[in-house]
Design a protein around this ligand. Structure first.
Ligand code: SF4
Ligand code: SF4
Length: 258
């Protein structure tokens, strides 16, 4: 089984977190087209026969997508037994309308809020979720106030000189499959590096060996095998050099990621 697949509904965000592992502070405005979403999910459903444990709809900030509610029935119909989760920073939750809350309930969509212990109205969102019988949880696993504010800065090797197998072995975010434009990547770094490259004018290169094209894959087994193996792009990652620091806004400097 594929334990989890991530899909960006937007690439941009209404928060600006230092070292964001999805490169959202660097991304231009992007809203996923609903027809592209349906096409890719239909193919994924055919290939996997629904053998996907969890599907995370995220970004960026997914609640910025004006049609977010229309994505829910498509995902639920094609993946009736998959846990469907919207990952959000929560800023826009209190202002969601009845249609949103009813759709979450109807299509069994869970809400997971990334709690950065910022001045965000989590209580109103919790009340709305309770009122509509929608599950709302938090992605923070830290135990105390101080630790909740800790942020993990991700480190890249811009020259790609790491031994890719070692990088993969030590990587904490491997096997977080990401589906984007018909391709399945092992992690969010690979899938969204285009924003980093474009913003800083770098060329951290993605080759055809770094992803699986779901339209060309001949079996689900071959996809599953690819998702648990290192890829050449891992040479750009220094998983041993994750840096823990207090949350702060991104200044969009390359040193935040390298
Ligand atoms: S809220 Fe999440 S997606 Fe948005 S900038 Fe922060 S870490 Fe990135
Ligand atoms: S490219 Fe490889 S090492 Fe880097 S984050 Fe992805 S899986 Fe981990």
């Amino acid at each position: 089984m594929l334990q989890k697949v991530d899909i960006h509904l937007t690439d941009h965000c209404n928060l600006n977190c230092k070292g964001c592992t999805h490169f959202s502070p660097l991304a231009e405005k992007f809203f996923l087209d609903i027809d592209d979403f349906e096409r890719d999910l239909t193919r994924l459903s055919e290939l996997s026969k629904g053998d996907v444990g969890e599907m995370f709809l995220l970004g960026g900030e997914p609640l910025l997508h004006p049609e977010i509610v229309d994505f829910f029935p498509i995902a639920r119909n094609l993946f009736p037994n998959t846990k469907l989760v919207v990952i959000t920073n929560g800023i826009l939750l209190p202002q969601q309308d009845e249609r949103f809350w009813k759709a979450c309930k109807r299509y069994n969509i869970q809400l997971w809020v990334s709690d950065y212990t910022l001045n965000i109205d989590y209580k109103s969102a919790e009340a709305k979720a309770r009122e509509h019988g929608v599950f709302l949880g938090y992605t923070s696993v830290a135990k105390d106030e101080q630790n909740r504010k800790l942020w993990t800065k991700y480190k890249l090797d811009l020259e790609g000189k790491q031994y890719w197998v070692n990088s993969f072995r030590r990587c904490a975010i491997k096997n977080c499959a990401t589906l984007k434009k018909g391709k399945l990547y092992t992690c969010c770094t690979l899938a969204h590096i285009e924003h980093f490259n474009k913003y800083f004018g770098t060329n951290l290169e993605i080759s055809e060996f770094d992803y699986v094209d779901i339209y060309k894959a001949d079996s689900w087994e071959s996809v599953l095998n690819a998702m648990v193996k290192p890829v050449p792009f891992c040479r750009y990652c220094k998983p041993g050099e994750f840096e823990r620091c207090f949350w702060e806004p991104s200044k969009k400097e390359i040193s935040e990621w390298s």
